[in-house]
Design a protein around this ligand. Sequence first.
Ligand code: ADP
Length: 183
Amino acid sequence: MIEVTIGRTTLRLVQGDITTQVVDGIVNAANSTLLGGGGVDGAIHRGGGPAILAECREIHDRQGGCPTGEAVITTAGALRAKKVIHTVGPVWSGGGRGEPELLARCYRNSLALAEANGLRTVAFPSISTGAYRYPVGKAARVALGTVIEELGERDLDEVRFVLFSRNDLDAYAAALDDIAGDP
Ligand code: ADP
């Protein structure tokens, strides 16, 4: 585990499964329909049960899903977290189609929604680096750079990145080292 303090917030990098984290809110790398998918999305819906999909469906019917870079919030159903924040990362198509800014918006909007809903501790997966093929080293720099910038503005106790593989944890650790100095 790697840990640094940014303002009043602890920033942690851990390897693990986001669905089992004991935090107030976990972030889902959703797709824009909000109606379920594979990867982390599949794991969250499997772990949380049908209550999450029911709320996603309501949002889908009300506002037609969730555009890339935006975020919505639902119950966490049977998961240990209280809430799931669903955000839609960009599909990587070379980096020239606004992918970094869209990915940054995912993190900014998710943190704003967490704070607005009174969540004190939030866990993120590595958004866009699975099925959406964003290179993990580049995604890690956007993710950590954005979160560190935002933590100046946000009243949160902990932001945790839960990386599924050792390779992803190493990429995030290297990015944190570059951005924040000695982690
Ligand atoms: P996207 O479509 O945004 O790329 P994916 O879910 O396909 O989202 O992948 C995002 C990242 O989440 C990948 O690095 C993948 O390995 C990881 N991941 C998959 N399942 C879990 C899980 N249960 N906990 C944490 N991370 C996960």
